[in-house]
Design a protein around this ligand. Sequence first.
Ligand SMILES: [Zn+2]
Length: 406
Amino acid sequence: MARRRSSKRRRSPMLLFVVLIGIAHVTSSCSSPGGGPVVTNNTDARLEVSRAESDLGRGNVAAAAAVFDKLAGRAMTFTDHQLASRVLLGRAECRLRQGDPGAASEDLLRAETRNRQVTSAGEKRSIDARIAFLNGEVDLEQRDWNGAFAHYKRASDVPGALDADRLNHRLALTAKLLNRTAEASSYRSRIKTTRPEFAALDARFTAPPPAPATPSTSTATVAVADPSAPPILPRAKWNARPATWDKDPIGKIWRVTVHHSATPFDSSDTAMTAAHISGIQRTHQGDRGWADIGYHFLVDRAGRIWEGRELRWQGAHAGNHELNAGNVGICVLGDYSSRGLSSAQESSLTRLLDWLRKKNGISSGNVLTHREIREHNDHGSSECPGPKITAFVKRYRAGTKAVAKG
Ligand SMILES: [Zn+2]
């Protein structure tokens, strides 16, 4: 590992790099104010990217992920658009291999934006092919066979850009899942050398799908031993890592803030949701340097409530220390910029809010959206959590005036 050089010459770029990571993540965060882009040239990053790409090619995901994670914070400041795309693509592939397709999909969107600005048509097309292929992989993980087939097909429009056997295998697999048998065997016949990976994927996706999880069957253990609480899946259920340093106690709880995660995520599969939440914790602890996942509770599309940061600790979600004090952070998983809540989500959110209010004596007027709490405190604006969740929160406040403090 020659990455960690420590001559004096390197010291100040490293410091700059730490600052840049902060800026890069602040701009992409729903819970922090924005910062202006800083432009730097990164010629030696090219070498690191090539090495990480070959690590990834050899299946050494952990080593590649460490490099891509480090560089991705800087990628937005790269003046070389192609390099930025490759970093984001590399990180997307690592996220996928680590079971976090939601995070992968977010990086792919960013890679696509950067790739639009690449001037060499040949490079642009080859990166487009990789983006299309990885979008196919995300769709496959999320069991969207139509989307996956279309993305693989688009990837195959750039001849020679990708591993042909792998591409033909994915086209054969998704055609089969779509019951397009003739196409499936045609693609299958083009595979020159089969690999263990192909058989493993075939077995995984052609086996009968798991029964959809429901809140009542997946809550054998609960996070909160309070019979009046709604079912809450404990941290252990998503393999939470311990907090990295001491946190502030939350103090007297007197308000609640509702967020969305602003990342497309729709799965109702327990394992995938657990991996997704663990990915959020990784981002909050790793990239943003927080002690733990920022939110106290997370609500998935199926309406399941997951425990985030333990309620006794102050969260990291509203924007600053003052706004987080005494404030419970609830995050609805997914991007709600234009869509609405599912009815399962509405009913669990209502139960969660009712319970928190009753337990802590929170007035309904202190149940706010992220945007509202920022604006009420002259702390700038935010699009979080989108107009439809905002309408829900307003309805909730209007409809619950009668709930007594307790
Ligand atoms: Zn937010």
